[in-house]
Design a protein around this ligand. Structure first.
Ligand code: CA
Ligand code: CA
Length: 235
């Protein structure tokens, strides 16, 4: 095996490895709702987290929709101002849902490891299965579901969800992306403050590359490397 063949085998192996993972951006969209191009008043998470506007809007009470089947949603927790403990639950196409509870309580704060994923779920096309619950002081109280308006909670103000498209630089943009900013406004008091910082997260949507392409590349890379190793042994 000459140097060029060895390099191409290595390259095919590397590409195969890369493509075998959920590396492809998936189609998601935000529909309906009310768009605003400014920071929610009193929001204490977006600025410290470095999330800025670049021509896009925050869409309140919209609906997050998945455009195809077998889409992986990966959750990244940004932070929370909340004096309550809120929990996001993401449904799975099969298997248990993903639960994540912000743990800051009354203190609030930014997640010190925002680049570490909380976890992933796989969902099919349609309205994203995304809900927020209270864990404290009202255990297991459903606050709001994606796409269900008017909000479910009554007598304690109205919880609300907002979404925005984020680019890779954490800028809010107008062109749909596969990075969705998720903002919860929980509701306990009248009037509701609508600061949308009671649980802030980023959802990244991706789809697996069709298996044949990835497997072929990985396989050909492996064969090439095997051939190289065998030849070296013989020599
Ligand atoms: Ca609030
Ligand atoms: Ca708040």
């Amino acid at each position: 095996m000459n140097k060029l063949t060895r390099l191409s085998a290595l390259a095919a192996f590397a590409v195969g490895l890369g493509l075998a993972g959920p590396a492809q951006a998936a189609l998601v969209s935000i529909t309906g709702g009310t768009a605003t191009g400014s920071l929610p008043s009193g929001n204490s998470v977006l600025v410290p987290a470095g999330i800025t506007f670049a021509g896009g809007n925050i869409i309140r009470n919209g609906t997050l929709r998945i455009g195809e089947d077998d889409v992986t949603l990966t959750l990244y927790f940004v932070g929370s101002e909340s004096g309550w403990n809120d929990q996001i639950r993401l449904g799975n196409t099969a298997g248990p849902a993903l639960y994540h509870t912000e743990s800051f309580g009354a203190a609030g704060g930014l997640n010190p490891t925002p680049d570490t994923a909380i976890g992933s779920v796989t969902q099919d096309h349609g309205r994203a299965n995304l809900r927020f619950y209270w864990t404290n002081p009202n255990p297991d109280k459903l606050l709001v579901k994606n796409g269900y308006w008017p909000p479910l909670i009554s007598g304690q103000g109205r919880a609300s969800l907002a979404f925005a498209y984020l680019n890779e630089f954490d800028q809010i943009v107008s062109t749909p992306t596969n990075r969705i900013l998720v903002l919860l406004d929980d509701a306990f008091s009248h009037p509701v403050d609508r600061d949308y910082d009671d649980y802030v997260a980023i959802l990244v949507a991706s789809t697996p590359v069709p298996l044949p392409a990835a497997a072929w590349l990985l396989g050909s890379g492996l064969l090439g490397l095997l051939g190289f190793a065998r030849r070296r042994k013989a020599a």
